[in-house]
Structures are given as C-alpha cells and as structure tokens.
Design a protein around this ligand. Structure first.
Ligand code: HEM
Length: 559
C-alpha cells in the first residue's frame, strides 16, 4: 500500500513542509490578484512618458497615433522602478502599448502588423518581464490581475464584480472591461478556495478526514461562485464586439503568418544588438520572438484546482488512463505516488505566461498534493457500493465529487461560451467590412513588383530581390481566441528591407488578394471561417477537441 508523506521531521530532507501563500506572491484575500488594487499611475515623474500615452490611450489608438508616439518615447531605465506594484503596472502598460503598436495598424494608410517593437518598448518590457519572471507579451496577469480598480471602497464586498472597473482597455468599450472583469472577479471569489487547498493538503498529513471534508466544501463553494460568474459574461460582453473588436489586440506573435508575422516579432535593442551583418538574415530570423497571446488559460487558478483535485490532462488527442475508480485505486497500489507525469503540453506551456511565483506554486503544489489519493484510499470498494451515508469517508467522497462536478460544469459552460463568442461569430462574419488591406511596404516596393515577387516566391523558395513575400491563394484561415492559429503555412524566406524607422526584416505578409480570397473583409485576426474548417487552438490544436478533452478528463476523475 502506498505511504502518505509522513509528518515533518526537521532533519528529514523529504519532510512535508506546508506551502505558504506569501512565498508564492499569492494573496490570502485575493488569491492570484494582488491584495491592494493595482497602481493607477507610477508616481515617479520619470515614467511620465509612459503614463502620458496611457492617459489618452484609447484616443491615440483610435486616431492611429500610437506607433508615432511610441517611436518617439525615450528608452526608460527600469531600475528606477521601486516596488513590485510598480513593476506590475509597468508590465501592464507596456503590454498595452506593445500590442497597440504591433496590431494597431492604420488600414487606410495600408499599414500592416509590425514585425518589430522599437527599443523604447522592448528594452524596458523585457527587463520588467524578467523581474516578474513572465514572458514579455500580453497575458492574463496584465489584463485581468494587474488592471482593476475598486469603485466603492466602502462596499459590502469591495471585490464584487459590480464594484470593479478596469484601468485600461484597447477598445474603450464596456464589453472589453467586462470581459476582463469576469476573470478578475472569479480570481477574487476563489481566494478562499486556494486557502482551502492548503487546508486539504495539510489534512492529508494529519490524516484528518473531517478537516479534509470541510476543506473540500470550501473548494466547492469557490467553484460554485466561479460557475455563477462565468455565465455573467453574457450580460455585458457582446460576442460580436468581443470577436471582431477586442480579440485582435490580444493576439500574440506565434503562428501568425496569415496576420503578417510569419517569424514573430523582433524586440529591437534586445535581440538585434550584436547582429553581425544585415546580410545574414538567417541569423536575424532566429532572433524573432514567438509568443502566444493573452488567454484566461493563463490563469493559475484552474490549474491549481486541477492539481489539487488530481485532475490530469494528457496531450490533446491522447486521453489519459483515469477510467474507473477501481482501476485508479489499483494503479495507486501498484505505482504508489510515482506515476510518470504526462501532461497536456499546451496547459504546461501556459505556465510561462504566469508570474514566476504563481508558476512555482503550481509546481510545488503538484509535488506535495495527494488529496485525490487520500480520498481514493479512504473509500473501500464495499463502502462505495453500499454507500453508507453519514460515514465520514462517504461525506468526504461526496464533497470531493461535488468539486469534480463543479469543475466539469465550469468547463461545460466555458465550451458553450467559446461556441457563442468564437465559433458562431467566425461562422457569421463581420457586419461591417473593413477597408481592403495592402502591403505595408507599398511605399517601398511598387505593388506590381510585389505581385511579381509573390509569383516568383511561390515558384521557388528563394526570396525575390527587394520584395516582400506572401501568397495570394493561401488557404482560408480558421480562427482561434485569442490567437489566430490555423493551417501551418509553408513559410517563404523573408526579404530584408530597410525601412525608414528600423532595420528589422520586413516579414512576409499575404497580399490583398489573399485576404479577399479568405473573407474579403481585411481583418486578419478575427475572421470568418470557411465551411468545414476547425477552430484551432494556440498550440495548433483543434480548440474544441482540446476543451472537450479537458472537460472529459475532469468528469473521469470522479470517485
Ligand atoms: C468570452 C469569453 C471566453 C472565451 C471566448 C474563451 C475562449 C477560450 C479558448 C478558445 C480556449 C482554448 C485555449 C486558448 O486558446 O487559450 C480557452 C481556454 C481556457 N479558458 Fe477561456 N474563454 C473565455 C473566458 C474564460 C474565462 C472567464 C475563464 C476563467 C477564468 C476562462 C478560462 C479558461 C481556461 C482555464 C482555459 C484552459 C482550458 C481549461 O482549463 O479548461 N476562459 N478559453
């Protein structure tokens, strides 16, 4: 029979040491949100060049001033940031400016996505991200964890969703605020569930079923709140606005060939400093960064509940072994606690988009948590069959199963909203056609030569001299939130073009014709899908297949 970790002994290196939330930058009251509301401004006037842009961010984005203003911004020294709250604010506002710079193109001027970030953004952003131990790209923490304010400090429940506001949005719409706030409010409401996880872990050590049952009830309470809040998204976030107006700014730069970024984005002043020669484009191309964009899949919350409850997720398409209870118990007897971890790589990868402390919490929790095993071993087969209501073991099992049912219900509801917010929108198409899109480099390369270059590029793998590459019969691009990632395209080599403002390689962008052949609407991040296409996930997987598998794995964990 497998042994549970023994009570701690000071000299035993394998001793159980209880996890303490403060060691992982987790708030006892607000969970993965900071305890105090995020800063609305960095008070040091040195950072005014950033704050002044944020003062009129929506207006500048609407008027297409962002790129010009960001280019003019000085490169600020992040060593002047003093507190963690300042680093978090810096990360959030740099994320908004960076994504506005990359995706905030002026289509009337035939601009396309930018394949570089100027040093004024990239140098401080990379440095702040390093401090926070998170990828320098927009993420759940930037828009949901560090981007909220309390409206009425004296409210009965200050963290109630109806008492919260956002600090920043791209669109300036209430829909976008609400989209972020649903996640923010879920995080706050589930703080007691995170505390309860630690109680449950401790009760395994104490072999205390009563404490375990109580902790499981508290986890269930949080999950019930999360379920209630999740469906409130329908109240104030219009699926049309979400799909066609918001999500394009949340996209990252991975699998974004069709959006004009086949190689990702070059962080100027960070990754190009020692470029040996501009002729060695192959060398430079490796320095382009590829990151997924923002998604609530980057919240540590659901992963923490998964780990706590022993819900395992396997690579998409390879459903795991968790089948019957007796099988699970048999495996536990045979393998003890040393089952090899086989994880869903997408979910694991999303941890790089979480702050370092939160990522480490998930790792350490996985190493210490044996809640499911405890419940499983406490319930004999006879007891499970006879169902002695009132027995401590049975109540514990019921409390555990209630948590599983609520996790499954959450994922069912989530699948429904993905259907309404993404799939239905992608199938319908936009109401308002965007202006046609042409190559950003049309001022550099005459359109006719561009087209000839395209034709040459498609007949060979060598880049045409001085021209950008693309394909005017690229396949239709099914769509994914928040990153559009679809068919993998055969990437042509980029052509180095020295632009007026930077020396980054101009990336291959599909031509106008290629967009009209997909949906004719010009918007490359939110787009109509062709009949029969699947909506693909960030990791290149079929989103629905991924989400349904994650849901089914949850249901299979019931004891
Ligand atoms: C309009 C609202 C939403 C849409 C359209 C949406 C869409 C998606 C999509 C397409 C995925 C697949 C992977 C990816 O691309 O990142 C995903 C994953 C995920 N989303 Fe959402 N989402 C929404 C709201 C939320 C909210 C409010 C939460 C809760 C905090 C949430 C939590 C998750 C989690 C945890 C995953 C990973 C899969 C899982 O653990 O079940 N989502 N979401």
């Amino acid at each position: 029979m497998p042994q549970f970790p023994q009570p701690k002994h000071d000299k035993d290196p394998m001793a159980y040491v209880p996890l303490r939330l403060e060691d992982y930058d987790i708030s006892p009251t607000n969970g993965f949100l900071p305890t105090e509301p995020p800063l609305r401004r960095i008070s040091n006037p040195y950072f005014e060049p950033w704050e002044r842009i944020m003062d009129k961010f929506n207006q500048y984005l609407l008027a297409h001033h962002i790129r010009r203003l960001v280019r003019k911004m000085p490169v600020l020294d992040t060593s002047k940031l003093e507190t963690q709250a300042e680093f978090q604010r810096a990360f959030t506002i740099l994320s908004f400016m960076a994504h506005a710079f990359v995706w905030g193109r002026n289509s009337a001027l035939s601009e396309s996505a930018s394949d570089f970030l100027p040093a004024s953004i990239s140098i401080p952003w990379v440095s702040v991200a390093k401090f926070l131990q998170i990828n320098p790209v927009i993420c759940c923490a930037a828009v949901c964890h560090w981007n909220w304010q309390i409206l009425d400090e004296n409210a009965k429940d200050p963290m109630d969703i109806d008492n919260l506001g956002t600090l920043h949005t791209f669109s300036g719409s209430t829909d976008e605020s609400w989209f972020y706030l649903v996640t923010t409010a879920i995080e706050a409401k589930c703080a007691q569930g995170i505390n309860a996880i630690l109680d449950a872990v401790a009760s395994v050590e104490e072999d205390n079923m009563e404490r375990m049952t109580h902790a499981l009830h508290k986890i269930a309470h949080s999950l019930r709140d999360a379920n209630t809040l999740l469906v409130r998204i329908y109240e104030r976030c219009d699926p049309y606005v979400f799909y066609w107006k918001i999500r394009e700014f949340l996209a990252g730069w991975e699998n974004m060939a069709e959006a004009g970024l086949p190689y990702g984005v070059l962080y100027e002043g960070v990754d190009d400093t020692d470029t040996p020669s501009l002729d060695s484009w192959q060398e430079l191309i490796w320095r382009f960064r590829k990151y997924a964009g923002g998604s609530a899949a980057q919240t540590p919350l659901l992963q923490a509940f998964d780990i706590a409850l022993g819900i395992k997720h396997y690579p998409t398409g390879k459903q795991g072994l968790q089948s019957s209870v007796s099988d699970a118990r048999k495996r536990l007897y045979e393998l003890g606690f040393s089952e090899p971890p086989v994880a869903n790589s997408y979910l694991v990868r999303m941890r790089d988009y979480m702050p370092g402390g939160h990522r480490r919490f998930l790792e350490d929790l996985a190493a210490t948590c044996r809640i499911r095993e405890y419940v499983l071993l406490a319930c004999s087969d006879q007891m499970l069959q006879a169902g002695h209501d009132g027995d401590l073991q049975v109540s514990m099992r019921q409390a555990y199963n209630e948590c599983i049912d609520l996790m499954k219900a959450f994922r069912d509801k989530h699948i429904m909203l993905v259907t309404r917010y993404i799939i239905a929108q992608a199938n319908t198409g936009p109401l308002m056609p965007a202006p046609p899109v042409t190559s950003v480099s049309s001022h550099i390369i005459p359109h006719a030569s561009h087209t000839q270059a395209l034709m040459r590029a498609r007949s060979s793998d060598t880049p045409p001299p001085g021209g950008r590459l693309g394909g005017d019969s690229l396949p239709a691009d099914p769509t994914m939130y928040p990153q559009t990632n679809t068919h993998s395209l055969r990437l042509a080599q980029p052509t180095r073009v020295r632009s007026q403002n930077h020396h980054a390689l101009q990336s291959a962008a599909p031509s106008q014709a290629s967009f009209s052949s997909t949906n004719g609407k010009g918007n490359r991040l939110a787009r109509k899908v062709e009949d029969g296409s699947v909506v693909r996930g960030t990791g290149g997987t079929d989103a629905m297949q991924f989400l349904k598998q994650v849901r089914n794995e949850t249901a299979n964990t019931r004891i």
